[in-house]
Design a protein around this ligand. Structure first.
Ligand code: HAM
Length: 429
């Protein structure tokens, strides 16, 4: 038997109702904060992710689904393509490609869709997973560098989690500095690493030279005591980064969003500057980050675009649904009525009636004339319908149908014109 690939999953009903609940709530929140939807392709040129997420990150160096695409004309070279491991790079590429800077306004964009990383699958970690991603990008004149954008985004996230009923989260906050103070921090890291480097894993040894910040992502247990003693980025912030970070914290306090500072959190992507954050949740076990994000003030320029600072986040939808801890049944909507055609020629009548009822907003599942009444009523109960409507020759002649309430067993005859309102009294007249 052919099965779904390891690390991928089928989402089946009724669980899909949970996913729809979360996505609808997200779209409602985005509307309140004036975000608009963007949709970018599921694959991009590999170079886009290498340049933005960074060659030395786990994502780019180990986890991407990449292939050489030779479907171009023989005269052209093959190109390396990659299934998107995250959304920010594609959105910033689209921002540059469509010259959205020219609007002079902040672009508040969101996207919901699948991402792909070749990680070791476990609970809350998949090779195809879904993100609800949002980005705020714009020219500095539009206020894109302001700490108030950071605080508003974090407050929006707290409001969203509250709305969908997730409590017990922790907002972990850090500042990872900027292009101005990062070189000093990198030097401090290299100096601190120098004496113990030969005891560390091969990744750390390489990264200490190429990109020391990435040493802080190391998960090898033996390396942790060394990593814990490394200098903290917060002690190397320049004055403007320090003020920015303080302003974000002051605004969070003003709007009443609680947070803790986690000076070890550098996030596993290279484009971050200044504010970096994660919302974690205790119920999730080892993969405890429901969402993560931060500022990327230089990313547009790294990709050859204009100066367009930005900040964003991605919610891991798979983990969000796990953290909800709700069962899908309460969110599922069983049909209002099951139509039971009785005897030859009644499928036609049932199809007509179903069409009329659905046009009036009644949720209908259609039976089959080959079923006996007993089987039809059993099916109606199994699917959770509130009513069964029996359609036999006598009913068609009288233009009135037997309506059976499946909870009480009560049965009444109802003229065609009144049927919809009897089934669903809340329907508009
Ligand atoms: P990230 O931290 O790599 O950030 O991913 C964001 C969230 O996606 C994680 O917190 C987690 O909930 C979920 N996630 C990541 N990998 C997996 C996986 N293998 N299985 C299930 N869920 C997963 C980013 O992707 C950035 N682009 C966020 C961002 C947007 N920063 C600025 N703008």
């Amino acid at each position: 038997m052919i099965k779904a690939v390891r690390g991928t999953r089928d989402l089946l009903p009724p669980d899909t109702a949970l996913w729809n609940f979360v996505e609808t709530a997200a779209r409602d929140i985005f509307r309140l904060y004036n975000f608009r939807e963007i949709r970018t392709p599921i694959f991009e040129q590999t170079q886009l992710f290498a340049r933005s997420v960074g060659e030395e990150t786990d994502i780019v160096s180990k986890e991407m689904f990449t292939w050489e695409d030779s479907s171009r004309a023989a005269s052209e070279k093959t190109q390396s393509l990659t299934l998107r491991p995250e959304a920010t790079a594609g959105i910033v590429r689209a921002y540059i490609e469509h010259d959205l800077n020219r609007t002079g306004l902040l672009q508040r964009l969101y996207m919901i869709g699948p991402m792909f990383r070749r990680e070791r699958p476990q609970k809350g970690r998949y090779r195809q997973f879904f993100q609800i991603d949002a980005e705020v990008i714009g020219p500095p004149t539009a206020g894109s560098e302001s700490p108030s954008v950071d605080a508003e985004l974090l407050e929006m996230l707290a409001t969203f989690l509250e709305r969908i009923g997730i409590t017990g989260w922790t907002l972990e906050l850090n500042s990872v500095g900027c292009a101005n103070d990062r070189p000093r921090y990198n030097e401090a890291l290299r100096a601190a690493l120098a004496k113990d480097l030969d005891k560390m894993c091969a990744d750390c040894q390489r990264r200490a030279v190429t990109n020391p910040l990435r040493v802080l992502d190391c998960k090898v247990p033996e390396d942790q005591p060394i990593i814990e003693k490394l200098p903290r980025m917060l002690d190397y912030l320049d004055e403007s980064c320090r003020q920015h970070f303080q302003a974000v914290q002051d605004l969070l306090a003003a709007v009443g969003v609680p947070y803790v500072i986690n000076s070890r959190m550098v996030r596993g992507l290279d484009y971050y500057t200044r504010t970096a954050f994660e919302f974690t949740h205790g119920a999730l076990g080892a993969q405890n980050a429901i969402l993560g994000g931060g500022r990327y003030d230089g990313l547009s320029e790294w990709l050859g675009g204009p100066k367009a600072p930005g900040i964003g986040f991605a919610i891991g939808e798979d983990r969000l649904v796990l953290a909800l801890g709700r069962t899908a049944e309460a969110l599922s909507h069983p049909p209002d009525a099951y139509l039971a055609p009785l005897g030859t020629g009644m499928d036609r009548e049932a199809a007509r009636l179903a069409r009329e009822l659905r046009r009036q907003g009644v949720v209908v599942e259609l039976g089959d004339e080959s079923f006996r009444l007993k089987k039809s009523l059993e099916t109606a109960s199994k699917i959770g319908a509130r009513y069964a409507v029996i359609i036999g020759e006598n009913e068609v002649k009288a233009d009135a149908f037997a309506l059976k309430n499946l909870a009480t067993g009560e049965q009444v005859t109802v003229p065609r014109a009144e049927l919809a309102r009897r089934i669903q009294p809340t329907l508009l007249k």
